[in-house]
Design a protein around this ligand. Sequence first.
Ligand code: NCD
Length: 307
Amino acid sequence: MIKGRHIIEPTDLSVNEIDQLSTLASRIKSNPEKYLDALKGNLLATLFYEPSTRTRFSFEAAMLRLGGQTIGFSEPNSSSVSKGESIADTIRTIGCYADITVMRHPKEGAPKLASKRSNIPVINAGDGGHQHPTQTLTDLHTIKSLKGTMSNNVIGFCGDLKFGRTVHSLVKALSRYENITFIFISPPELAIPIYIKDILSNHKIIELNSMEDILPKLDILYMTRIQKERFFNEEEYLRLKGYFVLTKKKLELAKKDMIIMHPLPRVDEIHTNVDNDPRAVYFQQAKYGMFIRMALILKLLKGDNHA
Ligand code: NCD
């Protein structure tokens, strides 16, 4: 179905394809032995120009668990990037060695540029404050698995909605589903960008500066950290850090079946005393991320002819 394509934005996949990936991810999760050799002989390259824990490790784990192998860098200064090599030349070189590549870059649009020069599929693993399509696949797969459907939910996004690429990406993907109410909870300085709100012209949107009043209405609460690395000055970051902290006490206001998601890493926006609450699904979400990435790599390399 999607063999050989680049994945730069979440909408590079249709709703139907995302559904199929989610089904495949669940199948892999329940029968991992069947896929142990599915990508034997294939190589995935990870090009990380920005720090990462979950995205890089889950891609590497995904490839290894499918019988493939991985190469890459997690620190661009250990590659010829430090000698001034362009993205275009790096990607053409990587294409000589690997079958598929995953790229994270601090500049918006860098993976897209790479895809134009690449002869192997490029997957965007996060570009600046722009998009993060595989976190979105992770989030959609989590919602589908735990809530049954994307549609008909009241979803609260809380934290740094200005710079948080996982929010931008997820909102874009969710705009294609029915009857979702989007609640954006942020300090005024970190409000959701207008270009993202414009995507939601057919949906209900509410913008707020605090979470307490709305908590009882939410089906899903998507927390995010304040994105320190995207701030121009440290003082501003320190002022806004700690603006929202979800605690056990506040959670008493929420529905019993609300789920709390977070792309992670967490700084201080969710108190650790929330972690044992059955509604806190962020570590489960990280695990779903590996299975959906397994499904994605498999489809991009093998189409429908996988094991
Ligand atoms: C996110 C990212 O890199 O955008 N992390 C992730 O991939 N799970 C979220 C973040 O860094 O805040």
